[in-house]
Design a protein. Structure first.
Length: 77
C-alpha cells in the first residue's frame, strides 16, 4: 500500500512540474498539507508572474508585450 501511495505522489509531483496545479493529496496526514500548500503557492506565484509580465507596473494597464502577443494570436485565427 505504501509503494502504491508513493507511486501516486510521484505521478502527481510530475503533473505539478508540468504545470497542472489541480493536483491535491488527501492521504498521509501532514505530508498532504505540505504538498497541497506547496502546489497552492506555486499556482499563486505563477499567476502573479503572469500579471507582472502582462501589465505596466505604474498604471496597471496591459503592456506592449501583451498587445503584441494578442495581435499575433488573433491574426493566426
Amino acid at each position: 500500500m505504501l509503494q502504491s501511495a508513493l507511486r501516486r505522489i510521484t505521478w502527481q509531483s510530475k503533473q505539478v512540474a508540468a504545470g497542472d496545479f489541480s493536483q491535491r493529496i488527501d492521504f498521509m496526514g501532514e505530508f498532504s498539507s505540505a504538498f497541497n500548500s506547496l502546489v497552492q503557492n506555486l499556482m499563486d506565484t505563477r499567476e502573479e508572474l503572469l500579471h507582472i509580465g502582462n501589465h505596466d507596473s505604474l498604471t496597471g494597464l496591459y503592456n506592449r508585450g501583451f498587445f503584441d502577443a494578442e495581435f499575433d494570436r488573433i491574426s493566426r485565427g
